[in-house]
Write a protein that binds this ligand. Structure first.
Ligand code: ZN
Length: 408
């Protein structure tokens, strides 16, 4: 297997999470009686460019199909993030009714709706038909296709180019990252700006976030590596911000390398220095990760077994991809965790893949009064703790399994 960027042979294993079903493949009642497909979940570090990457195990269009149940608009904090981003971009780059904002992986229009409300023309690109349909119903023009060089050329041939081309949590999810970035080079106007947000590999390693690894997530990116990838496609990074979303992400700003009008921010050199100081350009930085994940697994299983033996009731909150990775790596089933609450009605009355834990609405939590509620999306733990503060009425406690087991 070769590195999907620099084509070096991959031999260094970053982490092996053994195997599991696609993390968003929630099961219906009928599907509980059918066999489930498991895929290996092994991640490599390239010893040349340090792109951390998963082996492509099947075509991504079979994952991002119509059953795809992730609707961005269900998280309040994510909507606030999108709204703040919109204001920031409009004030920094002066986008107006003559501009064109194009979002790749625009989901249900959770972000473009804010540009549209300010009369800035938008176009969404979203491969999953059911989420795209929600956006279209909101009046957001959406192309239902995967993005890459081919689609970029088609759009350009129709006279469409972007003043702002953005993508949140998509760069890491594309199987062919070089084709994807090359497509952005084609679709971007001469003086246009690209912004991309993705989880920062430095946070993943430093904070034990191995549960953010799943089959749909092909690349795990440092600034050092992403800069090389963009430069190889004729784009330069002129600014970067470290932002708190998804446990610590980067927002990178790119432009055509030919565009000399935009100055390179000092943030670029500062973040590179920070990554180099940690050793992210040497193999040693990546070598201890399997052992760290194993420690999390052992404490989590130990906790659950102890509660079971003492007759305590344990439930979960947030039927997120993260939770599925953790549960399947730990081999946990519905005999140790009774149910998981999720606000998204598209996930309710379904079952988590492999663990077969039922996904229920919040009223089940209120009726069943569990002793412990495990928060799987630890990145929004403050929001969840506030929302479910009433579990204290029956002396319920919150459990956060990552970066290490914590009971609140
Ligand atoms: Zn490489």
């Amino acid at each position: 297997m070769k590195c999907r960027f620099c084509k070096s042979e991959l031999s260094d294993v970053f982490i092996d999470l053994i195997n599991s079903p696609a993390s968003n493949s929630f099961l219906t009642k009928e599907e509980l009686n059918e066999p489930e497909v498991f895929f290996p979940l092994k991640v490599y570090t390239c010893h040349t460019c340090f792109l951390v990457q998963i082996e492509e195990y099947k075509k991504s269009d079979s994952i991002f199909d119509n059953k795809y149940v992730y609707f961005s608009s269900y998280s309040k904090s994510w909507l606030e993030h999108a709204s703040r981003y919109t204001d920031k971009m409009i004030s920094r780059f002066n986008f107006n009714e003559k501009s064109k904002i194009i979002e790749i992986a625009s989901n249900d229009g959770y972000l473009l709706q804010y540009f549209k409300a300010k009369n800035v023309p938008v176009l969404g690109i979203e491969p999953t038909a059911n989420t795209a349909e929600v956006a279209i119903n909101k009046g957001i023009d959406t192309v239902t296709e995967f993005f890459g060089v081919q689609l970029a050329k088609e759009l350009v041939s129709k006279g469409i180019k972007a003043d702002l081309l953005l993508g949140n949590n998509v760069l890491a999810h594309v199987p062919d990252i070089v084709d994807f970035v090359s497509g952005m080079k084609i679709l971007l106007k001469e003086d246009g700006v690209i912004t991309m947000e993705f989880p920062h590999l430095m946070q993943l390693v430093d904070n034990n976030q191995f549960d953010t690894i799943y089959h749909e997530h092909f690349s795990y990116l440092s600034f050092y590596t992403v800069k090389q990838i963009f430069e190889s496609c004729g784009l330069s990074l002129f600014d970067v911000e470290e932002i708190p979303t998804h446990g610590g992400s980067l927002r990178i700003y790119a432009k055509h390398e030919e565009n000399t009008k935009k100055e390179i921010s000092k943030n670029v050199a500062d973040l590179l220095d920070k990554e180099m100081a940690k050793g992210m350009n040497s193999p040693a930085y990546y070598q201890n990760f399997q052992q760290k994940a194993l420690q999390v697994k052992l404490s989590f299983i130990e906790f659950l077994i102890k509660q079971k033996k003492e007759g305590k009731k344990v439930a979960g909150y947030g039927a997120a991809a993260k939770g599925n990775t953790l549960l399947n790596f730990c081999g946990i089933k519905n005999d140790l965790i009774e149910f998981v609450v999720d606000a998204n009605p598209h996930k309710q009355n379904k079952w988590l893949p492999a663990s077969h834990i039922p996904v229920v609405a919040e009223d089940v939590l209120k009726q069943s009064k569990p002793d412990f509620v495990i928060i799987f999306p630890w990145n929004i733990k403050e929001e969840v703790i506030k929302q479910l503060s009433y579990i204290k009425d029956w002396n319920g406690k919150f459990v956060i399994p990552i970066p290490q087991l914590e009971v609140i």
